[in-house]
Each structure stands twice: as C-alpha cells, then as structure tokens.
Design a protein around this ligand. Structure first.
Ligand code: HDE
Length: 688
C-alpha cells in the first residue's frame, strides 16, 4: 500500500474514507484511489441483465489481473530467495580493492536466490538438476552479482551453445514434456554429441544434483575471475561458497517421493529455517592464483568445464553469508530480482572465459524481456543501496527521476548531487591486458581434454557415491528411447572409467559394449583423487539443522519423547510429530501431544531420520495403515537411522524387516535418547 499524501486543511470526505470504511478497515480503492462501494457485484443493467462496459471498477480489476504474470525466467525459473548479509572476516587489500573486502567485520547487505535450472516455475524442488546459487551484494561501490551454481563446472565451453543446451534439457517442443528433468532423448542426444559436457554430466548424475536442503549445498562462481588491488596488480580468482551446516543430499528414490509429498520441500525448508532463527550460513572462499600457475596448470583456467582441485590451490575463507530474513513479497523480491553477471565492482574483473563473456550479454538482455523496462534497476530489490547518479533517463516505468536541468555531460552547470562527474580515483577500471589476434571462430586446443577431470571427479567419490552415479546414469538412460543415444553416452563413459561404463551398460541391459568415443585427447589417469569433491568424505558429523520425524500412537512413552526432544534441542536439530490424526496422540502419562503431520501428510522421506513411538495396544493401527508401513519401509530403504521400542515389533514384522535390523536401528528400550541423537550425526547408515 502506497503512502497517501497528507492533505492539509479540510480533509474532505475522500480523505476520511481512505482512512476508515466501517471504522475498522481502511477503505478499498481502485488503483487510481477512487473508493470502492461494492467489490462483490459488477455493474449491470437490471438484476439479471448484461454487465455494463461502464463498470470501470471491474474492468480495471480484471485488466490488472490479466497482466499479473511476467515471463518466467527462460532457465532457473523455479527459485527461492532470502535476504541477509555478508560479513568480511579480514581485510584483503593486497588481493583486491573491492570495497566490501576492505574492513574486517563489515556487513554488506545481500539477496540470494537458489533455483533449479530446467524446470518451469511450478516444477518440483527435488528434480535432478543443477542448482543456481545467485547472490547480489549491495556494496558501497555498487551491486556485485555473483551468479553461480552448486556445481563448479558447466556443460559447455562457449556461450553460443547455451540455447541448444537449454532447448535440449527443457520439455521437448512437440509434446511439451517431460519438464524439470533431463531423463529424455533430446537432452542425452545433445549431451552425447557434446563431449565437453562429460565432466559436468558426472556431477549432474551425482548426489550434488539432489541436495537435501538449499542450506546444505556448496556454491561456486564457476568461471575464473580477476581480483585487482589498488596498485593495479591482478590475480586470478575462483569463488566458493561453503555451507557451515555441511553438505547433504537425499537418495534418488527419496527425491521422487519428496516431489509428490512436498513439491515445495526446499523452499519450505529455507523459509522454516529462517523463521526459526536457524539462519543458513555459508563461508565465502577464494582460490587465488597468478598467471604463472595458470600457465602451468594442466587445463585452461578459462575453460568452464574444468575446476582447480582444492589440493592444488587451497580455498582461502574470506567471509560469511548469513540469510536472516525471508521476503515480504515473493513476487516483488524473488521473482523481480534481476541478477546480471556484468554487475561487478571496482577490484573485480572478468576474464576471457567465452562462457562468461556470453553471459555478460545475456543477463542484461533477459531482464529487459522479463521485467519489461530498462528501468528494472529502479525496483527496490535491484536498486543499489549506495548513492547512484547518472544521466540515464526516461523509459517505461521510470521511478527515479532526477530533478533539475542537467541531463548531459560535459556541462558547465554548477556541481550538485544531480550533476555527477566521472571518478578516475575509484571508478571501475578494466584491468588492462594485451589482446591481439585474428578475428575467428575457434575453440582453443587448450580446451580439448574432455575426460580427464571427469575421471578425476569419479575417482574422488566414495563407493556409495559412485553407486549413486551409476544408478543415476542407468535411470536417466532407461528413459531414453533411442538405443544409439544410450550407446553414445556409454562410449564417453568408457573414456572416463571402463568399469563404471560397463556397470552402466549392464544396468541398461546392453548385449555388447560400444567402442569408446573418439577422444580429442587421451584421458589422463595420473590426476589424483580430490577428497574435497566428495559429499560423504566431508560429512558434517552432526544432526544440527536436520529434522527427526517421530511417529506416535496412543500410549507412547512420553519420557522417551521428552528425552529425544531435549537432546535434539541441545544439538540444534528439530523434530516433528506424526500421528494418525493431526490432533495428536495420548501419551502413556495421559497427556495429549499435538502432531504437526497426519500420517499420510508426513511420510518419512521428508525427515532425515525417524523414530517410532507406539504401544502394545495401539501398534495395530500402524500395522493396518499402508502409509505407516511405507513410513518405516522407506526409512529403511533410504538408509535412515530408525529408533524404535519393543512395542513397534508388529509393525517391523509387517514391513518384512524383522531380520533386516542393523546398527542403523536403535532400540530406545536399551539406548539413551542422547546417544541416539549422537548417532544421528552420521546422517545416514550407508553400510545398510
Ligand atoms: Fe545462466 N542465465 N546462463 N548460468 N544463470 C540465467 O538470466 C546464461 C550459466 C545462472 O536466480 C538467465 O535472469 C547463458 C552458468 C543462475 O535469477 C539467462 C549462459 C551459470 C541463474 C542466463 C549461462 C549460470 C541464471 C535466465 C551460457 C553458473 C538464475 C534468467 C553462457 C555459473 C539467476 C535470468 C536468478 C539465469 C543465461 C550459463 C547460473 C538467460 C547465456 C555457467 C544461478 O540470462
């Protein structure tokens, strides 16, 4: 609601009406401010007669409604954002003169938006997909947008291939499906004809593509950028976001079920975490290296299909992002936020990465289409928070309109806040670098090795993770109808790891193996495993920020529940009660404990671990309820820790799990709740 003008003198009837309609609510008005007398009925000729064109109130209302939607993003349409700040740990003037890194402890406001790539705006959160990880820092020297992903490499090397990549990944144009998934012919056709995609495909088929929470994933700037210090000295830099809560993913079968149980799983999780004061945090790290390193590194640092292992260039942590405020209005903020890779600030610069160069055109261009005006920077979410002055003017929906006569430069008018001049001292200065060469369309030979890092990523994974990757390839390719496409993918995998390729071929039921794809360069087998690339090798070792689902029925042991609840609180973890009715269940002590979920709305897939607290008299209710049996069977199949008491035996038997219990099953008749919660720190019982 816009601020209304304070009328002086006589208020007039309009003024009064605007403040009070029936003494309690302010009066509803049209967009022009005219008070509305009846918002239930349109204007018509006679009680049952035709509606009149004259009804300006209805026409205005419907006209506005008709235009509520703006084009969704062509990629990354499904996203969720939050406000927060970046805190600089230590000043790093020797590396960069970027203002936000100059003062220890300084907080810079920011807005972050996480997204999936391929799905449309209403698609489910747990699609197997890359996640966008975009951060807009409102620095005192302008907005810096670090528009990254949760995977440090990309599918293609040259921006000119982006429309093809995205067309192939999105729903097929004739049938309009499948959406939000790459498990279809077009994607794998394109990918298998694009050998440079192999490294990224290994990541996309890994658990990185099905994060448990947006809070539990890493982020990467992907490209190599430049840091420039006050002396004009340049260092290359790659940006990393490290989640302080640690990394965690779900398993694929779980992802499929979460999408049905709660398509908003990730956004709900982020919203709840922030509302509960459990603010998501990431540290910002930089890999800084010089030209000498770039020269001797095995791959071209301008090639976005390659990464630099942390073991070769360590990640230096320089600050922390905290997301502490949800949006007031999803459309105004999350939907209208316009990230642009070309938004950089003095002290940071681009490199010649051909993907980055193409992006610098694309983002500005797409915002004009999406937001409809060159003045999208006037929207509060996009406007800088530092002073800004320039002579750009007019255009659709211009809201920051300068006062005064001056709108050009040079001019001889008096200096004033609306008469700015260029600033040689602090103004953005491109790092000067010699450039010469023929005008040509060309892919540098230094970009030609497509398999070595794909292999390095693969061998860096734990066995469990490698199995997940195999299953993911098999799942996706099983949805591909054309055999030659499946074969072509396996022909690339043969250049990554022969055993792995054979396992995928076996999973697809191949009768014979294809020949390895012709490689521009042979795969290097000497690159060492990099533990930093694995999720499981970097497990956080705590249940903090995670959620236990506790299924209860009447007569459950309240002391155990209290014990678990206390231990979880101490750990910084949450729990939810699931019961046969949302009203809750009556404990052994005769108290009603309210539930947050009814059993069919709270399947175990939406929890990190489960506990079954039932009683001898009421366990039959669970045995007879398919959703309760699924609750337990799924938790077991998804390698979750399961706490139970002897009273749950009939349910365990009904699920056929009587002889399947293992060390991931914790008998609360024997184990203290605090020990159970400690065990949960392992997050999953992968040995199962
Ligand atoms: Fe994007 N990308 N992209 N992209 N991208 C967009 O901009 C594009 C690429 C990424 O939450 C679009 O505002 C081209 C890499 C994120 O609003 C568009 C190329 C990386 C987001 C666009 C790439 C990204 C986008 C669509 C190849 C990781 C969502 C809507 C050269 C480093 C930002 C929009 C948000 C969005 C173009 C490749 C990340 C069309 C041409 C590589 C996180 O401009």
């Amino acid at each position: 609601m816009a601020e209304s003008f304070k009328y002086s003198g006589n208020k007039g009837r309009g003024g009064e009406l605007h403040q009070k309609a029936d003494g309690k609510y302010p009066a509803m008005t049209t967009a022009q401010g005219c008070p509305v007398h009846d918002d239930q009925n349109s204007l018509r000729a006679g009680a049952r007669g035709p509606t009149l064109m004259e009804d300006h109130i209805m026409r205005e209302k419907i006209f506005h409604f008709d235009h509520e939607r703006i084009p969704e993003r062509v990629v990354h349409a499904r996203g969720y954002g939050a406000h927060g700040y970046f805190e600089t740990y230590d000043a790093i003037p020797e590396l960069t003169c970027a203002d936000l890194f100059q003062r220890k402890g300084e907080k810079t406001p920011l807005f972050a938006r996480f997204s999936t790539v391929a799905g449309n705006k209403g698609s489910p959160d747990l699609a197997r997909d890359v996640r966008g990880f975009a951060v807009k820092f409102y620095t005192q020297e302008g907005n810096w947008d670090l528009v990254g992903n949760n995977i440090p490499v990309f599918f293609i090397q040259d921006a000119i291939k982006f429309p093809d990549l995205v067309h192939s990944a999105k729903q097929e144009p004739d049938r309009g499906f499948p959406q939000a998934q790459t498990a279809h012919d077009n994607f794998w056709d394109f990918a298998s004809l694009t050998p440079e995609a192999t490294h990224m495909l290994m990541w996309a088929m890994s658990d990185r593509a099905i994060p448990r929470s947006l809070r539990f994933m890493e982020g990467f700037g992907v490209h190599t950028f430049k840091f420039i210090n006050d002396k004009g000295e340049m260092k290359f830099v790659k940006f990393h976001w490290k989640p302080l809560a640690g990394m965690q993913s779900v398993v694929w079968n779980e992802a499929l079920k979460i999408n049905g149980a709660d398509p908003d799983f990730h956004r709900r999780d982020l919203w709840n975490a922030i509302q509960n004061g459990d603010y998501p945090e990431w540290e910002l790290g930089v890999q800084v290296f010089d030209e000498e390193f770039a020269e001797k590194f095995e791959f071209d640092v301008l090639d976005a299909t390659k990464l630099i292992p942390e073991e070769q260039v360590p990640v230096k942590i320089i600050g922390k992002m905290v997301l502490d405020r949800v949006v007031d209005n999803f459309f105004a903020e999350t939907e209208q936020v316009a990230f642009c890779t070309q938004n950089i600030v003095p002290g940071i610069d681009f490199t010649n990465d051909p993907l980055l160069q193409g992006r610098n055109f694309s983002y500005l261009d797409t915002q004009l289409k999406r937001l409809g005006s060159t003045n999208f920077t006037h929207l509060p979410i996009n406007a800088p928070k530092c002073p800004f002055r320039h002579f750009q003017q007019d255009g659709h929906m211009a809201m920051h309109n300068p006062k005064g006569r001056v709108n050009y430069e040079p001019n001889s008018w008096e200096a004033s806040d609306s008469n700015p001049r260029e600033c040689p001292a602090h103004g953005f200065k491109s790092h000067s670098e010699p450039v010469s060469g023929e005008k040509l369309r060309y892919r540098s030979e230094t970009f030609a090795d497509h398999y070595s890092q794909a292999r390095q990523f693969f061998i860096s994974q734990s066995e469990t993770e490698q199995e997940h990757m195999r299953d993911a390839f098999v799942f996706e390719l099983s949805k591909v109808e054309h055999l030659p496409i499946r074969e072509r993918v396996v022909s690339h995998l043969l250049n990554v790891d022969k055993d792995f390729a054979r396992q995928v071929a076996d999973g697809l039921g191949f009768h014979e193996m294809p020949a390895p794809a012709e490689a521009a360069m042979p795969t290097r087998e000497d690159l060492p495993a990099s533990d930093a690339l694995s999720i499981l090798k970097n497990a956080p070792g705590t249940f903090k920020g995670r959620k236990l689902g506790i299924l209860v029925t009447d007569g459950f042991d309240e002391d155990i529940l209290k014990g678990i609840s206390k231990a979880l609180k101490k750990e910084g973890a949450m729990h939810e009660i699931i019961a046969m009715k949302v009203g809750g269940a009556k404990s052994s002590a005769g108290n009603w404990i309210e539930a947050q979920q009814k059993i069919d709305g709270g399947p175990s897939v939406i929890y990190d671990a489960v506990a079954i607290l039932t009683s001898k008299d009421s366990v039959e209710m669970l045995v007879n309820k398919p959703e309760a049996r699924d609750f337990l069977s799924d938790a077991h199949a998804h390698m979750k820790f399961i706490a139970y008491t002897g009273a749950a035996d009939p349910l365990i038997e009904a699920c056929g799990l009587k002889n399947a219990t293992d060390d991931g099953w914790i008998d609360l008749g024997k184990e203290k709740p605090a020990n159970f919660v400690k065990t949960l720190g392992a997050l999953r019982f992968w040995e199962r």
